[in-house]
Design a protein around this ligand. Structure first.
Ligand code: RB5
Length: 145
């Protein structure tokens, strides 16, 4: 699967940050699939979390990004789907750990929590950190048992 292909969505609370992330991802040559929302009208974050989760679980994408006001609603929603490991890191250390130890396949971010620069920094760490495997693979396998 193309590593530079990514799926993204937000609710109204994450709409502006989602657009900034799309601009950034395009500037570093990612192919982006934007599953909405497409305006700032109030909408329901679980709907968008489901869309991104399903796009990953059906094999179309390896990784996805979800943005809402806090990142928390998206994280809770996406983690309802078996095989999705959504992380909502507040800093680069947690972003790195969520990849190295948890093999997170969805990054959730909060527009009302993080500035654009901090969100992009977290995104970069998350995109560029590999899963360590080994004992962490065993633990991840236990999640889906
Ligand atoms: C919408 O107001 C807000 O609740 C939502 O974006 C998100 O933060 C939920 O977790």
């Amino acid at each position: 699967m193309d590593e530079r292909k990514i799926v993204i969505a937000s609710d109204h609370g994450g709409f502006d940050l989602k657009n900034e992330l799309i601009k950034y991802l395009a500037s570093i040559d990612f192919e982006i699939c934007d599953l909405g929302t497409y305006n700032k009208e109030s909408c329901d974050y679980p709907y968008y979390a489901k869309k991104v989760s399903e796009a990953i679980l059906c094999g179309d994408f390896k990784k996805g990004i979800l943005v809402c006001g806090t990142g928390i609603g998206m994280q809770i929603s996406a983690n309802r789907f078996k095989g999705i490991r959504a992380a909502c890191p507040q800093n680069c250390y947690c972003a790195r750990m969520s990849r190295q130890h948890n093999d997170s396949n969805v990054l959730t971010l909060g527009q009302r929590v993080l500035g654009v620069d901090a969100a992009i920094e977290i995104l970069n760490v998350w995109l560029n950190t590999e899963f360590e495997g080994g004992r962490h693979q065993r633990r991840i396998d236990m999640l889906d048992e």
